[in-house]
Design a binder for this molecule. Structure first.
Ligand code: ADP
Ligand code: MG
Length: 343
């Protein structure tokens, strides 16, 4: 199938407790599209397998049903094609392309934010397919409720049906994913090196795979065995740059509090004086930048605040960075200190 990667299959997808709900929903959909779980929306952070899973649905449905029409697009491609169709006066072709499918897979719907006309078009596409009992599966990098600049009626369509999330994999699942890859390629990477990678890259399967790929290339090109020392050395930058979900909110609060001469409790307390409120917002912003905690979890860790408070804090910090050129370097320095904390 032209739009689908052949290796994004259920067979190649390792199921762990972090993704079993989503994976089983996807498998069920591929067996019985357009019935129980329509639409389905899979959400979760970057590199957790959203694209792999939706494409697996497409690949499996293609195998299961004759002449089954599958369309897979990212929401960006959908937007671009729509704009192009308007320019070329080919609206009708665009509509019929998307309304005559058995299975529509749209990846990364967060890119539809603020694109009102595209949202309008998708809304009508949705209704046409829904009424015809055609299956739709969407992915998003966050829960739909956290999207901004999305029309209420399209939001309600996305929230209809089943919304399931992908969580970061636990150690065993990370290990199983790498083991699978190593066996597939028939390469010799020791278990202690796999353990190192799995300990240091905790939240992003793409980073996990990239680390392994680098070591395999190293072994292959230099014809050397990858020792633990070599792995540490070669993956230094990968380890430093991965979104490290194992950094605790506590550590972030402590480092930021320390920098602004505040107490750890100030971060979680109710005081709203400027001297406390802004550092607290910076800490929330950093948590969102370098960990996978949801805004709800972050709010709870900051004294039981609402998730909208966290979203507001992040916006506040972002807009301050635009006017205060010293802020971004400060935040980068804080992030470095946080990552070095306790090492
Ligand atoms: P997302 O779309 O959520 O950013 P991807 O689907 O692109 O993530 O996944 C990133 C990489 O990790 C892909 O190469 C994918 O095959 C792999 N991957 C993610 N989860 C798993 C899993 N459970 N088992 C095997 N490979 C996985
Ligand atoms: Mg993706």
């Amino acid at each position: 199938h032209p739009h689908l990667r052949g290796d994004y299959t259920f067979e190649n997808f390792v199921i762990g407790e972090n993704n079993s709900f989503a994976a089983n929903a996807a498998i069920a959909i591929a067996k019985n599209p357009g019935t129980s779980y329509n639409p389905c929306l899979i959400y979760g952070g970057v590199g957790l397998g959203k694209t792999h899973l939706v494409q697996s649905i497409g690949n499996a449905a293609h195998m299961n049903f004759d002449a089954f029409k599958v369309v897979y697009v990212t929401s960006e491609t959908f937007t671009n094609e729509f704009i192009q169709a308007i320019k070329d006066g080919k609206n009708a072709q665009f509509k019929s392309r998307y309304r005559n499918v058995d299975l529509l897979l749209i990846d990364d719907i967060q890119f539809l934010q603020g694109k009102d006309q595209t949202q309008e078009e998708l809304f009508h596409t949705f209704n046409a397919l829904y009424d015809a009992n055609k299956q739709m599966v969407f992915t998003c990098d966050r829960p739909v409720s956290e999207l901004k600049n999305l029309t209420a009626r399209l939001q309600s369509r996305f929230e209809r049906g089943l919304n399931v999330d992908l969580q970061p994999p636990n150690f065993e699942t990370r290990y199983a994913i790498l083991k699978r890859k190593i066996e597939e390629k028939g390469v010799d990477i020791s278990d202690e090196v796999i353990t190192l990678i799995c300990n240091r890259i905790t939240t992003n399967v793409r980073d996990l795979e990239a680390a392994l790929t680098k070591l395999i290339a190293y072994a292959d090109l230099l014809n050397k065995r990858v020792t633990l020392e070599i792995a540490e050395q070669q993956l230094k930058d990968v380890f430093n740059n991965t979104r490290t979900g194992n950094i605790s909110i506590d550590v972030i609060q402590k480092v930021v509090a320390d920098h602004y001469s505040l107490s750890h409790n100030d971060m979680r307390g109710k005081k709203r004086t400027k001297a406390i409120a802004f550092p607290r917002q910076i800490a929330m912003y950093i948590v969102r930048e370098i960990t996978e905690y949801s805004t709800t979890e972050v709010g709870l860790a900051f004294g039981g605040r609402d998730h909208t408070t966290v979203m507001h804090a992040c916006q506040r910090v972002e807009s301050r960075m635009k006017t205060d050129s010293a802020l971004e370097p400060t935040i980068q320095q804080l992030i470095r200190s946080i990552k070095e904390y306790g090492t």
